[in-house]
Design a protein around this ligand. Sequence first.
Ligand code: ZN
Length: 271
Amino acid sequence: MPELPEVEVTRQSFVAAIEAARVLSVAVGKPLRWPLGCAPEDLTGRVVRTVGRRAKYLLVEFDRGWLLLHLGMSGSLLFAANLPPPGAHDHFDLVTSQGTLRLNDPRRFGAVVYVDTLADPLAHKLLGHLGMEPLSDEFGLAAFQAALRQRTAAIKQVLLSGDVVVGVGNIYASEALFLAGIRPTARAAGLSRRRVARLFQAVREVLARAVEKGGSTLRDFSSADGQAGHFQLEVMVYGRSGQACKVCANPVKMIRQGQRSTFYCPVCQKR
Ligand SMILES: [Zn+2]
């Protein structure tokens, strides 16, 4: 499943190329998670201002209106001047004066939704409840501390929920907690200021590193077949149950938290 770093790298890979492009036509394939919300031909003639991102949504800003794109479980985007006709899994083509933006999504949990403004009830429903952006200036230590003080759940669950900070998926949550030396089962509200500060740094570091690494990965994959693979992160604990901790050599443990696997080192993450 594409995580926040992959979505951000995807955005970076085509934002400059699509800016100022005029929409020539739109081709829609099989239904996606939600309907487009306008007639495809209504988008013809609009000009792309830029492409932003909020959590895992890409926001294509036109001179009038917005397209919200989500890659779902298996979606990937391609932007190129010349593309072959859409295949069986290509469900949305935005054909512009500067190239075609194509969504390929075999499982079709992805979405392309048009809204006139971001204040639209549908946009609000999709974007309104989201936590802070971990790679933006909005994500500050004081705000993070204040939000965690309100949560009695385990810190891993709070990170995964996305309502304090978005984009910390299962791998990133395990890795950030390891870097910060915090036991994933620790109650969020009970963490000292010093430990929250370490976690704050760790979350930013883990995600920023994934975006950095992803840049080269995505370019490699794009030139081949346009499929973005999962990033080959150098993990410290995730998926390493029973193997030696890379810091202290004691075995990494796996537990279940809310149906998800959590990996941690009982020695490096004592409490
Ligand atoms: Zn260890």
